[in-house]
Design a protein around this ligand. Structure first.
Ligand SMILES: Cc1cc2nc3c(=O)[nH]c(=O)nc-3n(C[C@H](O)[C@H](O)[C@H](O)COP(=O)(O)O)c2cc1C
Ligand code: SF4
Length: 479
């Protein structure tokens, strides 16, 4: 994971925790009603992939235990991890790409309803992503993957060479030379692994995305509704397909790239298709970026416009994030795939305790406030969810009272519950070490260092594949 060069060390200092009376009377626990979204509290657990599904995308008992544990904390809303809408293999990531996934998801809904006592609205995040391959061995890349073109023949003055001879010659060259012979895209595939972009419109399936995605998202949303979810969060953030359409880097020439009105066209068409299928009583919103945090990426001027368009189209909420792009990700080692949270934009998305003068907390607050102001300025009350580095009560309260956001997102278990019951001093505050993100990067079952080695001998608990960690936090028992 990239860290700001200043390497200033920050510690979470949550300050005074409120009494149950003060917490209970605070804005955090004031219900929220807007269109289809009705929350018992303004508290929200954002989507977080825990890598617990089967290799073919089905819900497992570990998924059920994971979400049930979050539900005991009774957040106003809980968003199930990014779930794939395409029926293609994608490792132990949940899928909703066919009706065969509905029964497992239905069980998940039932477990969350029971554990939260019906207090928690359950959404599922719907994601589309393009192909990303592992960084290849150079020999393999030249022998199998690279398509030999006139560019290579010209550079090597190899008009009459066989393809095999050209491949062999390229394998023997140093990177510096290869940089001048390969196209920038080929060089990128060699160094980072092959990765599709939404701008690869020479490929039919990429050119057809505006044709295919509305139906894929709408079918997935229909399945979520059948499974009993309260709604869906369209994943328009980070490194994935829909965020790439919104990004200022999108220069597609087919009316879906370039000017900002074109870049938002597909996200709006997807929303319209989803809404048409699920009706107005089912929650539909999106997670999107206030800023891409990459060179030539979208800024808050873009995201303010997007937010206004989403609100006008009728979304029930918008949830903000920032960064998390492939564009500036670290080069993976051979055999690994590039991971979008390893560069400066990744740091903006999931900041850690080693930071710059600004620090890791609240890097998205000002941008989120701007987006919310833009929505209010055109007369919409669409709730805005803010997440990222929130860990103390005052901070959360100030965000709500200052009009930065309407709902507070925190990817933690019992924070809200302990706070509301006046037991804030029993909260084990996140240390922002990004241990959990490190596990995510390796596609290992995600756990938290604050609890994953606690009471490992407890009867009936499930352990990680390496047998060293428990997969679910111990039940909180107040003294
Ligand atoms: C392990 C892990 C998995 C995540 N998975 C998702 C995801 O599926 N979808 C998403 O929008 N954000 C995802 N995020 C980002 C979080 O939702 C959240 O924005 C981020 O952790 C910052 O919030 P925090 O400071 O409360 O942790 C993930 C973060 C982590 C650490
Ligand atoms: S492992 Fe736990 S303490 Fe560390 S960053 Fe993740 S949630 Fe916070």
């Amino acid at each position: 994971m990239w860290k700001p060069p200043e390497r200033i060390r920050y510690r979470t200092q949550p300050g005074e925790w409120p009494s149950a009376a003060v917490a209970g009377a605070s804005k955090l626990f004031v219900p929220l009603d807007y269109q289809a979204l009705s929350l018992s509290a303004r508290t929200w657990v954002p989507a977080m992939v825990p890598w617990r599904a089967t290799e073919s995308g089905f819900v497992t008992p570990d998924n059920l235990d994971w979400y049930e544990r979050f539900a005991y904390g009774q957040p106003g809303a809980l968003v199930v991890e990014a779930t794939g809408i395409r029926d293609t293999a994608s490792g132990p990531l949940l899928r909703i790409s066919d009706d065969r996934f509905i029964p497992g998801l239905q069980t998940l809904v039932e477990r969350v309803r029971a554990a939260s006592n019906g207090q928690t609205r359950l959404l599922i995040q719907l994601i589309d992503f393009l192909t990303v391959r592992r960084r290849p061995e150079p020999e393999k890349f030249f022998a199998r993957h690279l398509k030999i073109t006139d560019r290579h023949r010209d550079a090597l003055q190899a008009d009459d060479w066989s393809e095999d001879r050209i491949r062999k010659a390229l394998t023997d060259l140093e990177l510096e030379e290869l940089k001048t012979i390969l196209s920038p895209r080929e060089f990128d595939s060699l160094c980072f692994g092959y990765r599709e972009r939404i701008t690869d419109t020479h490929m039919a399936h990429i050119a057809d995305l505006p044709e295919s995605l509305p139906t894929l998202f709408a079918d997935a949303a229909r399945r979520a509704q059948t499974a009993g979810f309260d709604g869906v969060e369209l994943h328009y953030a980070h490194a994935y397909t829909m965020a790439s359409f919104l990004s200022a880097t999108n220069n597609r020439q087919d009316g879906y790239g370039g000017p900002i009105e074109n870049r938002i066209r597909l996200p709006l068409e997807v929303y319209t298709a989803v809404r048409k299928v699920v009706g107005k009583n089912f929650v539909v919103g999106c997670r999107f970026l206030t800023e891409d945090c990459i060179e030539n990426g979208s800024s808050t001027d873009d995201s303010s416009f997007f937010a206004q368009q989403f609100a006008t189209a009728g979304m029930d909420f918008v949830s903000t994030s920032r960064g998390g792009k492939f564009d500036d990700a670290k080069q993976p080692i051979i055999g690994d795939a590039v991971y979008p949270y390893t560069g400066p934009s990744g740091y903006e998305c999931i900041p850690g305790y080693l930071s710059d003068a600004f620090g890791p907390f609240g890097r998205n607050f000002a941008a989120t406030a701007k987006v919310r102001t833009a929505i209010r300025s055109i007369g919409f009350d669409t709730p805005v969810v803010v997440t990222g580095g929130i860990h103390d009560f005052q901070q959360a309260q100030t965000l709500l009272e200052s009009g930065t956001a309407d709902v507070i997102g925190l990817a933690r278990h019992d924070w809200f519950f302990k706070l509301r019951t006046g037991r804030g001093d029993e909260i084990r505050v996140c240390e922002y070490t990004n241990y959990c993100e490190g596990l995510d990067r390796k596609h290992k079952q995600v756990t938290c260092q604050l609890w994953d080695r606690t009471d490992l001998d407890e009867p009936g608990i499930t352990r990680s594949r390496d047998n060293r960690r428990r997969l679910v936090a111990p039940q909180w028992q107040s003294d």
